[in-house]
Design a protein around this ligand. Structure first.
Ligand SMILES: *[C@@H]1O[C@H](CO)[C@@H](O)[C@H](O)[C@H]1NC(C)=O
Ligand SMILES: *[C@@H]1O[C@H](CO)[C@@H](O)[C@H](O)[C@H]1NC(C)=O
Ligand SMILES: *[C@@H]1O[C@H](CO)[C@@H](O)[C@H](O)[C@H]1NC(C)=O
Ligand SMILES: *[C@@H]1O[C@H](CO)[C@@H](O)[C@H](O)[C@H]1NC(C)=O
Ligand SMILES: *[C@@H]1O[C@H](CO)[C@@H](O)[C@H](O)[C@H]1NC(C)=O
Ligand SMILES: *[C@@H]1O[C@H](CO)[C@@H](O)[C@H](O)[C@H]1NC(C)=O
Ligand SMILES: *[C@@H]1O[C@H](CO)[C@@H](O)[C@H](O)[C@H]1NC(C)=O
Ligand SMILES: *[C@@H]1O[C@H](CO)[C@@H](O)[C@H](O)[C@H]1NC(C)=O
Ligand SMILES: *[C@@H]1O[C@H](CO)[C@@H](O)[C@H](O)[C@H]1NC(C)=O
Ligand SMILES: *[C@@H]1O[C@H](CO)[C@@H](O)[C@H](O)[C@H]1NC(C)=O
Ligand SMILES: *[C@@H]1O[C@H](CO)[C@@H](O)[C@H](O)[C@H]1NC(C)=O
Length: 793
């Protein structure tokens, strides 16, 4: 095993000066006890006793010395804590590192059998590996912590599958923040397909997988954002030989354009794998990766008879008729203990007061159902009722499913989620009498409210009706007043949201028709936690924006948590369809492409410079450029970043395939300026030129295999006399204005510079594309230089 110093680790000088050069080695005549620690040679890692969170227990652990706690990366005695560190001791005994508890009983050991015990030493290395060596100068490693990971995957560490023993190494979550004992969730190699990584619950149930590894794009199929991370300097590797198959990762020296980075990736106690890095400048951990994105995609997160809801802040609820098994744990947001029945089931000894079923609508059904034959829902129900161990049934699409024992992995879905189904859970008779009682009470209240509210309602209907009328026949069409729609109206206009036009990071878009016959696109916003007033303020700011290259907001709907935006419908849809999915006869010609690039630039320049508060779009990509009947481009989805507010970074990391357009400052956690849009715009116009996604692998082109199109462009435009024609979409057969092609490639290369100060403003881009300003030769962006070396090496 290679244990050289990791090359990316370039310690800043100031730090080296502070190191107290504590020992990195435990010799056989020494021991670790109390507050004593050992520190790796360059001061990166520290090892000793620690106590996690609010716990009073102590463990031998390892952590980054210079970063904030908690940042434990490895724990030795995960399941066997000690309480008194003064009388507990870690030392070398008979060639092994052994931890003795207060009674001097060995509770943890490296457990290797070595023939020569006198000279064995333990050394903590700068990559976070604790190794047991035959002697201080010996290269022979008897044992290493990298082979016995806890929950954290460090750069240089392997996630491996041993083909000889069929054993997969795993990273296993802590039970909770206070207890490092192995929890429910682990990360391991898929034993049946050893080029993918799987997430496993309780060592048995797989709940997420990365999809197979793709060597060309250096990413997993289900994790496209890794391609962007790869180009930013986060390098993942897969090795497979006759003995093992494994993944490792590292950072190139200039990851996020910083010379120094420490990082940790771990599967956390909520079952999510989270990658963070720590920058000396920020003095904080920055999140750059997390999977699965949705908490409720973690198997069994809410435990037995719990139901998960991604839209709710506390995620988990017990089903009706159940209560948390441990109120204390639920209060600490530890849900895996699940829920227990409030009233015992009667089953056979029912005497007419037998168990009944409660209907739960819009739910994702529990896992592992048993399918039984039944011709009707009645038969399905009685099959379940007649078996005492049956706890629930569902009858959907003429199929009867029943469940026995605990119900796991239920998920409450939104009212119009297509996946929502109905489940009937078995409850004791007594639960129903209490349910109907409370229902009756509610009914009375409702009745009173209804009768007294009837008059008011009539009045409101009248108002709504008149407003609806004014909505559809604006007295002055140029007056850009924003309409407030009712949810019901939009439901009707879109025929109950039946025709979906697309789905973006902010929600789905549906086609609709207003009573006057005009076509609209209705966007149902998701993840908005804004107050009513703030929402209206933001909407009214967006509503007054009027530019030929920006899509017009016609109105909105805001009824409690339902937030919708109403736009003009554009018949030619979004640019991506025409670029990437067009039939050969419908390929956009060069003139149209150039006009689209120019129009989009004008729209963005307006957003950046002409609006009262400069609006940063944050999500420029072909999907957000819409085309009207004449292929005039209109930028869509602007102003939404502000609506989503602080939640935006969360939404952003959940976007699929958008990573390729994100400027490096998104990853480095710096402030976002309009120049972030310039970067995304640059990436997008390269796709307008090539007619392909920048990340699309070009396998058919053997000369360029795996090359990254932006890198190819950067080389071409920075080489005098090179032929830009071969950058053009081959479907255009060279029908292009070469002058324009060269201009657009050059400006794109300026737009994607790492340093935002080197990028032009959108107004400058407009001038260049209009031919009003000239443009000089750009340098090759730094992140692309790394990529070129990788591929030619
Ligand atoms: C422990 O052993 C090492 C190497 O054998 C030696 O250099 C060191 O002086 C010893 N320390 C003590 C406290 O005996
Ligand atoms: C730890 O204790 C502090 C103070 O008592 C409390 O505020 C905090 O919530 C506790 N943390 C956990 C994870 O229980
Ligand atoms: C361990 O020893 C240190 C120093 O001798 C002392 O300050 C501390 O209180 C002791 N801790 C315990 C738990 O006895
Ligand atoms: C030390 O460990 C042994 C074996 O696990 C246990 O029986 C004993 O109670 C422990 N001593 C203390 C003080 O916890
Ligand atoms: C050492 O290994 C043996 C068998 O391989 C096992 O029974 C024992 O529990 C291990 N001891 C420790 C402290 O891990
Ligand atoms: C044991 O270690 C000593 C000193 O490191 C060495 O001289 C000797 O050859 C070793 N013996 C074996 C059997 O490895
Ligand atoms: C490992 O699994 C493969 C395929 O399932 C099987 O052929 C092989 O015998 C197994 N090896 C061991 C050591 O279990
Ligand atoms: C987890 O798996 C173990 C062993 O397979 C099993 O005994 C235990 O009941 C499982 N836990 C839950 C909550 O299902
Ligand atoms: C596989 O293991 C065998 C036996 O340990 C070893 O000789 C061989 O070099 C290993 N192969 C590779 C590619 O590591
Ligand atoms: C696990 O990571 C996710 C994503 O960052 C976070 O929302 C969650 O709070 C984390 N859970 C714990 C227990 O730290
Ligand atoms: C109840 O269902 C379970 C699982 O399908 C089955 O094993 C069991 O035999 C059934 N019991 C009766 C009484 O039918």
């Amino acid at each position: 095993m290679d244990t050289k110093k990791v090359p990316w680790l370039m310690l800043p000088l100031f730090f080296l000066c502070q190191v107290s050069f504590a020992a990195d080695t435990i010799f056989s005549n020494q021991s670790l006890s109390g507050d004593r620690t050992i520190v790796s040679k360059n001061g990166v890692f520290e090892l000793g006793f620690f106590s996690p969170g609010n716990s009073t227990n102590y463990y031998i652990g390892m952590w980054y010395k210079m970063a904030n706690q908690p940042n434990t990366v490895w724990v030795a005695n995960r399941e066997k804590p000690v309480r008194d560190t003064n009388s507990s001791v870690l030392k070398i005994v008979d060639g092994n590192m052994v931890l003795f508890n207060e009674s001097q009983i060995p509770i943890w050991s490296t457990n290797v059998s070595s023939t020569n015990s006198t000279s064995v030493v333990a050394v903590l290395l700068d990559d976070g590996n604790l190794v047991l060596r035959q002697g201080p100068n010996s290269l022979m490693i008897l044992w290493q912590s990298f082979d016995h990971p806890s929950d954290t995957w460090l750069p240089g560490m392997k996630l491996s599958f041993n083909k000889r023993t069929n054993q997969s190494q795993r990273f296993t979550s802590w039970k909770n923040q206070d207890d490092p004992a192995p929890g429910f969730f682990s990360l391991e190699m898929d034993p049946s397909e050893t080029n993918q990584v799987i997430f496993v619950w309780n060592r048995s149930q797989q709940y997420w997988s990365t999809g197979p590894w793709d060597e060309h794009t250096k990413s997993f199929n289900m994790v496209p954002e890794m391609r962007m991370l790869y180009l930013a300097g986060f390098i993942f590797n897969h090795v497979s030989n006759q003995n093992e198959s494994y993944f490792t990762y590292s950072f190139s020296k200039n990851f996020v354009n910083k010379d120094f980075v420490i990082s940790r990736s771990s599967i956390n106690a909520s079952g999510q794998f989270v990658g963070t890095y720590w920058l000396t400048t920020n003095k904080d951990w920055t999140l750059y990766f997390s999977q699965p994105k949705q908490q409720c995609d973690v198997y069994g997160y809410c435990g037995a008879f719990g139901s998960c809801n991604d839209k709710s802040r506390q995620f988990c609820n017990c089903l009706t008729g159940f209560q948390p098994s441990s109120r204390e744990e639920w209060n600490q947001q530890l849900y895996s203990g699940g829920c227990t029945r409030q009233a015992k089931l009667q089953c056979e000894n029912a005497n007419g007061r037998g168990d009944q079923f409660l209907e739960i609508r819009m739910t994702k059904l529990p896992t592992n159902p048993q399918n039984v034959a039944a011709d009707s829902i009645k038969e399905c129900k009685s099959t379940c009722l007649n078996n005492c161990s049956c706890t629930a049934y569902a009858y959907n699409d003429n199929e009867c499913s029943i469940w026995t024992g605990d119900l796991l992995n239920l998920k409450q879905l939104g009212e119009d989620d297509e996946e929502g189904e109905t489940l009937h859970i078995r409850l004791a008779y007594s639960e129903f009498s209490s349910l109907t009682k409370s229902k009756k009470k509610k009914l009375i209240i409702v009745a009173v409210a209804v009768s007294s509210g009837l008059v008011l309602l009539g009045l409101m209907m009248f108002i709504i009706k008149t407003r609806w009328r004014t909505t559809i026949i604006p007295t002055n069409p140029t007056e850009n007043s924003l309409m407030a729609f009712g949810y019901k109206d939009l439901q009707k206009a879109t025929n109950k949201f039946s025709e979906k036009l697309g789905k973006g990071g902010f929600g789905s878009v549906f086609k609709g028709t207003l009573p006057d016959g005009s076509l609209i696109a209705v966007k149902k916003l998701e993840g908005i936690n804004q107050g009513e007033k703030q929402f209206r303020t933001e909407v009214s700011i967006v509503g007054v924006i009027n530019h030929v290259n920006l899509i017009r907001l016609r109105g909105f709907c805001s009824e409690s948590s339902r937030k919708l935006l109403v736009y003009d419908y554009l018949p030619n849809g979004s640019l991506d369809k025409h670029l990437f999915h067009a039939k050969d006869s419908e390929v956009l010609d060069w003139k149209t492409r150039y006009q689209i690039a120019l129009g989009a630039a004008r729209g963005l320049a307006y957003l950046h410079d002409k609006c009262r508060d400069s609006i940063i779009h944050c999500d420029i990509k072909p999907e957000n450029i819409l085309l009207d009947g004449d292929f005039c481009p209109k930028v869509a989805d602007f102003g939404l970043a502000k609506l989503i507010g602080r939640e935006f970074s969360r939404v952003l990391t959940s976007l699929r395939g958008t990573m390729g357009y994100l400027a490096p400052e998104w990853i480095s956690g710096q402030a976002i300026t309009p120049k972030a849009d310039v970067y995304s715009y640059g990436m997008m116009i390269l796709e307008i030129v090539s007619g392909r996604r920048n990340f699309q692998v070009q396998v058919q082109d053997s000369d360029n295999e795996g090359s990254f199109f932006p890198a190819t462009v950067a080389i071409q435009v920075s080489t005098k006399g090179s032929d830009v024609l071969n950058l053009l979409d081959s479907r255009l057969n060279g029908n292009v204005n070469v002058e324009e092609l060269s201009r657009i490639c050059t400006v794109a290369c300026w737009c994607i510079q790492d340093d935002e100060f080197q990028r032009p403003t959108m107004s400058q881009v407009v001038q260049i594309l209009e031919g009003v300003s000239e443009v000089s030769q750009p340098p090759i962006p730094r992140f692309l230089q790394a990529c070129i070396k990788e591929h030619s090496g």
